[in-house]
Design a protein around this ligand. Structure first.
Ligand code: F6P
Length: 328
């Protein structure tokens, strides 16, 4: 049966992540390969409501596989949360003759896509793009691998100066709801303590651990703090607290911030994005909708968007244990 889908829109939405360009390239080239028209929607749902569209062919996505950020730009859009906003978007898509779209983003972006499908029966397909790696239905999201490598690289550098001065560093990393970046980069960079939103170890345990670390002969220490950590103090307050209670430590703070979202994607993220883009387009053409492409045990899988947005992925308990053992 011939597919009724002739034109597919693609856009990036929410916080950008390295590898989004590789995913856009993959969607565009898969469409070109299969003889489907592809339209880039700029600035996420905001651009969709304003009709900010541009036809993309295979050559429009030359030389972007290696670039961080997103050539289609991204936005977090409040108006699309309203019925009126979604009506504007539907009118623009219809005017342009777009039959389906692929959204590359996170939880909020998928929630919008799902609502849009419910209201207009419009075919939608999701690709998980966020550095946070917090989407149910995929062991990896596009951008996570690059982000943890960026964090590890930064911490390696901080460690050089920390050990030269026998200092303790609190390093804040991204992750407002989840600690995947903190835990993985923390283990990878050999952090002494890792504070994540999923596990409130408390200030006493932090002090004990720092005391033990000093007593065991360590001269410098790195504590990774996820931005959404629940210990009740931000990194600057933690510095003051530790300096007050453990004056043996000379403490410094480093907030890595948005540099974690930039940079050239790793090979892992480029390959993942390329695979997911092909699967997303092929799935739409098979008549599927309301799904997210994910990866599990090296195989691509499809998960209902309604499932993907239900909760954040859980932290890896085994990795927490490994981290505890490694800080001996
Ligand atoms: O969702 C990804 C993320 O990078 C979070 O880890 C972080 O809390 C947030 O985006 C920052 O968002 P913004 O760039 O809008 O400040």
């Amino acid at each position: 049966m011939a597919s009724e889908i002739k034109k597919i829109g693609v856009f990036t939405s929410g916080g950008d992540s390295p590898g989004m360009n590789a995913a856009i390239r993959s969607v565009v080239r898969t469409c070109a390969y299969l003889g489907i028209e592809c339209v880039g929607i700029y600035r996420g749902y905001q651009g969709m409501m304003e009709g900010d569209f541009k036809t993309l062919d295979a050559r429009s996505v030359n030389n972007i596989i290696n670039k961080g950020g997103t050539i289609l730009k991204s936005a977090r859009c409040e108006e699309f949360r309203t019925k009126e906003g979604r009506k504007k978007a539907y009118d623009q898509l219809t005017k342009e003759g777009i039959d389906a779209f692929v959204v590359i983003g996170g939880n909020g972006s998928f929630t919008g896509a799902l609502l849009f499908n419910e209201e207009y029966k419009f075919p939608v397909m999701g690709i998980p793009g966020t550095i946070d790696n917090d989407i149910l239905g995929s062991s990896y999201t596009i951008g996570f691998d690059t982000a943890i490598n960026t964090v590890v690289d930064a911490i390696d550098k901080i460690r050089d100066t920390a050990s030269s001065h026998n200092r303790l560093f609190f390093v804040e990393v991204m992750g407002r709801d989840v600690g995947h970046i903190a835990l993985n980069a923390g283990v990878g960079a050999g952090a002494e303590e890792i504070l994540i939103p999923e596990q409130n170890l408390g200030l006493e345990r932090l002090l004990d651990s720092l005391k033990r670390s000093k007593a065991s002969g360590k001269s410098s220490s790195i504590v990774i703090v996820a931005e959404g950590d629940k210990i009740g103090k931000n990194v600057f307050e933690l510095k003051e607290y530790v300096e007050e209670h453990l004056p043996i430590y000379d403490v410094r703070v480093s907030v890595l911030g948005h540099m974690q979202r930039g940079g050239n994607p790793t090979c892992f993220d480029r390959v993942l994005a390329s695979r997911m883009g092909v699967k997303a387009v092929e799935s739409i053409l098979e008549g599927k909708s309301n799904l997210m492409v994910g990866i599990k045990d090296t195989k691509l899988v499809l998960t209902p968007l309604a499932e993907a947005i239900k909760a954040h992925t859980e932290i890896d308990e085994e990795l927490i244990r490994v981290s505890d053992i490694m800080t001996t």
